[in-house]
Design a protein around this ligand. Structure first.
Ligand code: ATP
Length: 297
């Protein structure tokens, strides 16, 4: 096998254009329908050949052992593919942690992707996605392209035509929310129909930001909102600054708004200036969620 030298990849954040939690399953998971959309806010992962596995990260609050999804992904791939090599990994975080933007899942997907190359494993995307599912429901999405419909527990993926270029504004209140705890707050007996996701697919086909904005939905917002007042405030601030519509992403607390264009998104970003909040103007991505940034060595 030809051994690649080190490489650097950038891996995107996602927002949920819709998130409809339908019901609680016997196995403790939730049945859901969601449209995942990659945006151009990136973490960066560098991998280099080494004898053992090690990780350093730019965020001192993150674990660098088994607690980090990057290490878990590396171990999983190494065992599944039966390789007997190590890697020195460096993770530069730009995506806020526990934010509803899928950062950890994205990093895990990037680790599988980069090590699949560097270790010369050469598995196709489909096979990486099967492995990825064991790391988390959102991980398979990041192995693929910018927009997908996810159903079941979130692991069943169908690609959606991705047009890209929609301007969004993300607002994060700089505190984390645990996905697990949010889902635990979903009342037992919860039962809802997936009506918003079909509407969003039609809105995306129209390519009209106004229609996309009108179709935004996240029924976890009703579960999280009462306990986290910042969510209502961020949403109101986005709308007051000119967003066409706004909704919480995933299990929160990040809220995003839809703009008329990327320029409009940047104008909105400048108007949402509350101390303690982080704000980004981003574009939706049509292409691969993981990209090679530059080769090393
Ligand atoms: P999702 O949108 O999929 O619910 P999230 O954006 O809310 O995810 P993450 O940023 O993925 O949440 O992090 C959730 C938890 O996972 C954090 O508490 C963090 O300690 C842990 N974690 C492990 N590895 C990573 C990583 N590489 N980056 C971020 N968090 C990680």
């Amino acid at each position: 096998l030809r051994t690649a030298r080190g490489l650097v990849v950038q891996t995107s954040a996602k927002v949920n254009l819709t998130l409809e939690v339908l019901r609680k399953r016997e196995d403790g998971y939730h049945e859901l329908a969601t449209i995942l959309q990659s945006v151009d806010l990136w973490d960066r992962l560098t991998v280099e050949p080494a004898d053992s596995l090690s990780l350093v990260t730019s965020d001192p609050a993150l674990p660098t052992d088994e607690g980090n999804l990057v290490i878990r992904a590396a171990r999983l791939l190494r065992d599944a593919a039966g390789v007997n090599r190590g890697a020195q990994l460096r993770l530069d975080k730009r995506i806020p942690v526990a934010a509803g933007l899928g950062g950890g899942s994205s990093d895990a997907a990037a680790a599988l992707w980069a090590l699949n190359r560097m270790w010369g494993i050469r598995w196709p995307v489909k096979r990486l996605q099967e492995l990825a599912e064991r790391l988390g429901m959102d991980v398979p999405f990041f192995e693929g392209k910018g927009r997908a419909l996810a159903t079941g527990r979130g692991e069943r993926l169908a690609a959606l035509p991705a047009t890209g270029g929609l301007g969004l504004v993300l607002v994060n209140p700089n505190f984390p929310l645990s996905t697990k705890e949010v889902y635990q707050r979903v009342p037992s007996g919860w039962s809802q129909e997936a009506t918003g996701t079909g509407r969003m697919i039609a809105a995306l086909r129209s390519r009209s930001p106004r229609q996309v904005a009108a179709a935004l939905t996240n029924n976890l917002q009703a579960v999280v909102g009462p306990a986290v007042p910042a969510i209502t405030k961020m949403k109101a601030a986005l709308l007051a600054a000119g967003a066409l519509g706004a909704v919480m992403s995933g299990s929160g607390p990040t809220v995003f708004g839809v703009a008329r264009s990327y320029d409009h998104a940047r104008a909105i970003r400048r108007r949402v200036t509350r101390a303690g909040w982080s704000v980004w103007a981003v574009r939706t991505q049509g292409g691969a969620c993981i990209r090679q940034a530059r080769s090393r060595g």
